[in-house]
Design a protein around this ligand. Structure first.
Ligand code: UD1
Length: 421
């Protein structure tokens, strides 16, 4: 039963605990290949993408135990430099195996990775970065082989486009290359800071992560260590939207407000009352009708593309007309057709949408096609009139820990088969 049933007309109120960041935990897990010593990673979200990453590491020979969101990882027995296609194709993040396998074995083979269907997602910048450090890349049918005939050499690399994934690939390879690597026009996402902090804990020498210029001085080897994954800023934003669309009050706990500045600014513009503490954010929309806001996605510190679908939902039931421009991924509006089925007044153009707020959405049988889109449809179901069905729930399971359960604790009524969640 790859579907859930959602009763609408709900106000969502209360406290929610934010899980560890998917987009930080995934690269961190793969970077454990860079060392042969034991690693403990705390606050790992219990989501499908992480299960696949764990399976990928185990397929290489790693030993991994999971106790209360702490992964105990021993990669000392990894003895192969390639992973099976059926796992790699399931997550885009599997591209992050390429660089650590290359640095560990002098060669690596991976298949072209999978992930969300949100448009063509090239990996040229990852490969160009490794080539700049001295790797040879061979593309053969559906796989990539990377070879380091001699130790990789630090380089001054200008990234021709800002890419989170490619910045992490180059930064991780450079930790064990000879000499200094400078990554200019680097992505500045907080998850990159978290990965750099993890690698530095293992003995790497990285500075500047979080700015657009990262310096990595190669070291001979990395040791073991402990790291706690940062909170998930996109999960946080998604629950804040849950409060805003249902005219409720939600407090997100164990989060990191400083990484959501742009999202909070836009939420304030809608009329929400926002209060922040050291590790919590409260959004109060009680007794108010939200005002529509214009959004244009861009790399961090700009407005995150991963919050674009949720804001479209908010705009679709807000007062006024709005425009949302998507500048990162070409095909990130498929969820909008489902919102239109529910009565939203949305016009989908090439890379932007125009939205005219309506007072109510109505329930429908919906099909999700990607991670953030599916979370958006579930939230839409919570406030629509009637019972909404969301199919293809495997999408939200990829990236949201216990999403229906957390929403139910806030007052939603989502029915699902435990076997599938
Ligand atoms: C990561 C996040 C994703 C988020 C995105 C942008 C993970 C697992 N995923 O994805 O949730 O939406 O950052 O914040 O962390 N590009 C190229 N060539 C490349 C790589 C990227 O042209 O080699 C392009 C992409 O098509 C896209 C843009 O660069 O248009 C940014 O992509 P990138 O930052 O690399 O996103 P991901 O790392 O895939």
């Amino acid at each position: 039963m790859n579907k859930i049933y959602i009763e609408g007309n709900k106000k969502l109120n209360g406290n929610v605990l934010i899980s560890g960041s998917k987009n930080a935990a995934l690269p961190i897990l793969f970077m454990t290949i860079l060392t042969k010593e034991k690693i403990e990673i705390n606050n790992v979200p219990q989501i499908q993408d992480i299960s696949i990453a764990v399976k990928l590491l185990k397929s290489l020979g790693a030993k991994i135990k999971n106790k209360n969101k702490i992964l105990y990882i021993d990669t000392s027995n990894i003895n192969i430099y390639y992973a099976p296609y059926h796992l790699i194709k399931q997550i885009r993040a599997s591209i992050w195996m390429l660089s650590p396998l290359l640095m560990r074995f002098g060669k690596a083979k991976i298949f072209f990775p999978g992930g969300c269907d949100i448009g063509f997602r090239p990996i040229d910048l990852h490969l160009k970065g490794l080539i700049a450090l001295g790797a040879k890349i061979i593309k053969k049918e559906n796989c990539i082989i990377a070879i380091a005939q001699k130790p990789l050499q630090g380089k001054h690399i200008y990234m021709e486009k800002i890419s989170v994934g490619a910045t992490i690939t180059v930064m991780s390879a450079a930790t064990l290359a000879e000499g200094l690597t400078i990554i200019e026009n680097a992505a500045q996402e907080p998850e990159i800071i978290d990965v750099a902090t993890f690698l530095n804990t293992l003995g790497a020498n990285i500075s500047g992560a979080g700015s657009n210029k990262i310096y990595v001085t190669g070291v001979v080897r990395l040791r073991g260590g402990y790291h706690k994954v940062m909170p998930d800023r996109i999960e946080t934003g998604t629950f804040l939207i849950a409060a805003a669309i249902s005219k409720g009050l939600i407090i997100c706990n164990k989060t990191e407000p400083k990484y959501l500045k742009n999202v909070l600014k836009k939420l304030s513009e809608t009329g929400a009352n926002i209060t922040i503490g050291k590790d919590w954010i409260k959004l109060d929309m009680k007794g108010k009708i939200p005002k529509a806001v214009n959004i244009s996605t861009s790399p961090y510190p700009g407005f995150p593309t991963d919050m674009q679908p949720q804001f479209t939902l908010l705009n679709s039931i807000s007062q006024g007309k709005s425009i949302i421009i998507e500048n990162i991924f070409k095909n990130r509006f498929t969820y909008a057709n489902e919102l239109i089925q529910m009565g939203a007044k949305i016009e989908v153009k090439k890379n932007y949408i125009i939205c005219k707020g309506v007072s109510k959405l109505s329930s429908k049988n919906l099909f999700s096609t990607d991670l953030r889109g599916s979370a958006t449809l579930i939230l839409a179901g919570c406030i629509a009139k009637g019972i909404t069905v969301v199919n293809n729930i495997h999408h939200f399971k990829r990236g949201y820990e216990s999403f229906p359960k957390k929403l139910n604790q806030l007052g939603a009524n989502i029915q699902y088969d435990m076997k599938y969640i």
